[in-house]
Design a protein around this ligand. Structure first.
Ligand code: ADP
Ligand code: ZN
Ligand code: ZN
Length: 740
């Protein structure tokens, strides 16, 4: 082995954000030979300059010195990530078998990842001085702008960032400068310190019921050390109140809280509740913000200026200066799993992060995932239960409506239409759920049987009548709705099946004088459209809400007293073992939208399978019983969480390629000892062709985690060397949440 030395004699081993399972050696830079792991570096890479991350400093390289280039610049004298965060990223890279450079890169906001000159500085903050706190604002009555600014600071009792001030009044700079000159305000640089609860809270906490109090006490007792708590609370049971009271205890210790939600649309409502309650700085992080805003939020938290970070999956890795608690709301939601690139589960990584940081992790849901319930059952997680709605709200009544042989109008039975009439007559709102957008899922010729199919996918085209298009929901390709059958030229074209547009149309005929809001991906595409609808619904100007699973996610509709699931059967017959769990969660979540205030709600599910055990168990015994039955079935079938899976997917335009590639992988795997791990496949994916690509998969399943990962560790570098692998796209998904 050749050894080589830079001037300092040191070699920097660098992870680059590229899909390769290796590190790159560079000579230490002359200017700053010492840097710390996690620091961003600018390095020459091929013909470009790249930003990489220092992994370790070593004495020797396996490459001769004339082959090594020198690090151009150390971008962070002090790394922005803590040692524990780096440890977490190393773990995630190993566990998900994803290249370290891409994993570390995922922890940074785009600005810091791409732009070497981006400064890691946060915005200026301003706070009251002691004099400013004591000054009566009336003394400024001749300077109304300064008076208003002073009063605002006095009301907030905390430092305010430039962007918070801009939200308050875009002409804030002049009065703030004047207050600075009078020494009533000061520009802040200090990081957060412990606060007294008094200064943190703007609005009093609610008086909790005993179950809420027990949950709060349990978590608060566990502050300062690692532990996972699973808060299972029916919708409206006051989980958010529990979160807020625990957050308060964490803030009082001068520590920060990371709160993750599955969907961007859930952030505004939680943000509003937090802002009402807490006087601390709250940072928001999700993909709808600009790069600059995200970078700002990231640095606010990293430097300890914000006390709460509220965000989606992508916020998970944000470094916390003073970590105190991680909360994942709606922990069952599949959106916590990243489905492309670095395929990680934010829930599972959050638990590991809590362990490394030695802080508690609180998972909350009305319908916890089977994995988490299993962990609670085996005492790895502490189970906290809120079985009843908080305050005066009453639990809704669930009922099945047998629609066999019943007359239907576009998916609505007469009995249901009656219920809708009664409800709107009382000035209460109705929510109708149908998980299919568009007008109808199939266009068929009445005379020759021709069906509109996507040319690129194994799927029918969906009719969109508003836009007069046929659209593929898998690849997005669209074409004009034909006027006549393209095959026989004479036949009449008929729409088969139901979509939200079609139900909307019949609702408009039946309830012409009522306001109907359709919420699905098509109707909410415009920026702000969804927020607009939600606002209208809350103000009570909408009578009937019709929508897709968008409605199932944590929104509050206090005046809805009737919820109907139009076609519950379509979810009952999937080949993926996760489907029953997801359907049960969906039903319970949608039902939870009913009667959240003091009015009793009713939930009607139209079905042709009124005896189906999933439905009857859910209705008579509730979600937790359903979950226990489902877990018993998983155990019998040796499915997760009683076994561990990884799915290798491959796709190519040529049908033969993915098959022969996966066959080669299978043969490689068989040369490695796989006693515990079964390998199933290669088999075609349930939808074999999508967007013009043929898709196949190979499933690894083991009864223990260790041997499975051992096999994957050996296998992955070998797959990287397979020639076939270069001609197609493939990916490994550890703990897949769906198998297509
Ligand atoms: P969840 O997050 O479980 O759906 P929320 O925390 O949003 O429930 O609470 C539902 C409603 O009940 C909210 O309007 C909340 O203010 C109210 N609430 C929560 N806890 C209490 C309580 N202890 N007493 C009275 N009302 C409560
Ligand atoms: Zn025809
Ligand atoms: Zn398609």
């Amino acid at each position: 082995m050749a050894k080589l030395h830079s001037e300092s004699g040191l070699i920097f081993r660098v992870a680059l954000p590229i899909p390769l399972f290796r590190l790159f050696d560079y000579l230490a830079p002359v200017a700053s030979p010492t840097a710390h792991p996690g620091a961003r570096l600018e390095v020459p890479f091929g013909r470009i300059k790249a930003i990489g991350f220092l992994v370790e400093i070593v004495q020797l390289s396996e490459l001769p010195s004339d082959k090594l280039k020198q690090v151009l610049r150390v971008l962070d004298e002090q790394p922005l990530l803590s040692a524990q965060d780096l440890q977490l990223l190393h773990w995630a890279s190993r566990y998900y078998h994803h290249p370290l450079g891409e994993v570390i890169s995922a922890a940074f906001p785009a600005v810091l990842r791409r732009n070497p000159s981006a400064s890691a500085q946060t915005e200026q903050h301003y706070a009251l001085t002691a004099v400013g706190t004591a000054t009566d604002s009336l003394q400024l009555k001749r300077a109304p702008k300064q008076k208003a600014a002073l009063e605002m600071f006095q009301a907030h009792k905390q430092s305010l960032s430039a962007s918070a001030l801009s939200r308050w009044d875009k002409n804030w700079r002049v009065p703030v400068q004047q207050l600075l000159a009078k020494q009533l305000l000061r520009a802040e640089s200090a990081s957060q310190t412990a606060h007294s609860i008094d200064t943190l809270i703007k609005q009093d906490a609610l008086q909790c019921n005993p179950q809420q109090q027990a949950a709060i006490n349990a978590v608060c007792k566990g502050l300062g050390q690692f532990g996972v708590f699973l808060l299972e609370g029916v919708t409206g049971s006051g989980k958010t109140e529990v979160y807020m009271q625990i957050i308060c205890a964490v803030l009082a210790r001068g520590l920060q809280v990371l709160v993750l939600v599955p969907e961007i649309t859930l952030t505004p409502q939680l943000e509003a509740r937090f802002r009402q309650r807490f006087a601390v700085d709250i940072a928001i992080f999700h993909s709808k913000l600009t790069d600059k805003q995200r970078c700002g939020a990231w640095l606010q938290i990293q430097q300890g200026r914000s006390a709460i970070l509220l965000g989606t999956r992508s916020a998970l890795f944000t470094p916390l200066k003073n970590p105190g608690l991680i909360i994942l709301d709606e922990e069952h939601d599949a959106s916590f799993k990243q489905q492309e690139g670095f395929r990680f589960s934010a829930r599972d990584v959050a638990v590991v992060r809590g362990k490394l940081l030695n802080i508690p992790v609180l998972l909350g849901s009305a319908t916890p995932s089977l994995e988490s319930l299993h962990n609670a059952g085996s005492k790895r997680y502490q189970w906290l239960h809120l079985p009843e709605r908080a305050g005066l709200a009453i639990t809704p009544v669930l009922q099945l409506l047998d629609i066999r042989n019943k007359k239907m109008q576009e998916g609505l039975s007469e009995a249901l239409i009656d219920e809708i009439k009664k409800t709107v007559a009382k000035n209460e709102q109705v929510l109708l759920f149908l998980n299919r957008r568009g007008f109808a899922p199939t266009l068929i010729c009445h005379s020759c049987g021709w069906v509109a199919r996507c040319l690129h996918c194994d799927a029918n085209l969906v009719i969109h009548s508003h836009s007069k298009l046929l659209r593929c929901h898998h690849c997005g390709k669209e074409q004009r709705l034909p006027g006549q059958c393209p095959a026989c030229k004479t036949g009449e074209l008929t729409a088969l099946g139901l979509g939200t547009e079609r139900v909307e149309k019949v609702l408009m005929q039946l309830f012409g004088d009522k306001t109907i809001a359709r919420l699905d991906r098509d109707s909410t595409q415009r920026k702000g459209a969804l927020e607009n609808y939600l606002e209208q619904i809350n103000q009570g100007t909408v009578d009937i809400i019709l929508g897709t699973q968008m409605l199932a996610k944590g929104h509050h509709f206090p005046n809805v007293t009737l919820v109907a699931i139009l076609d519950v059967d379509s979810g009952l017959f999937s080949i993926d073992f996760h489907a029953t769990e997801k359907l049960a969660q969906l039903i319970v979540q949608v039902s939870g939208r009913a009667g959240r205030a003091e009015k009793q709600g009713k939930v009607i599910m139209q079905t042709r399978r009124p005896d189906h055990p999933l439905l009857t168990t859910l209705i008579s015994e509730g979600y937790n019983s359903f979950a226990r039955t489902a877990l018993a079935e998983r155990q019998l079938a040796q499915l997760p969480p009683f076994s561990y899976q990884a799915l290798l997917r491959a796709q190519a335009a040529d049908d033969g390629l993915p098959q022969s590639f996966l066959q080669a992988v299978l043969e490689l795997a068989q040369t490695i000892n796989t006693d515990d791990t079964k390998i199933l496949g290669p088999v075609p994916a349930p939808m074999i062709r999508r967007a013009g690509l043929y898709r196949y998969q190979l499933l690894f399943q083991g009864s223990k985690r260790q041997p499975l990962h051992h096999l994957l560790n050996e296998l992955m570098p070998k797959i990287g060397q397979l020639k076939q692998g270069k001609k197609l796209r493939w990916s490994l998904d550890v703990d897949p949440v769906d198998l297509y």
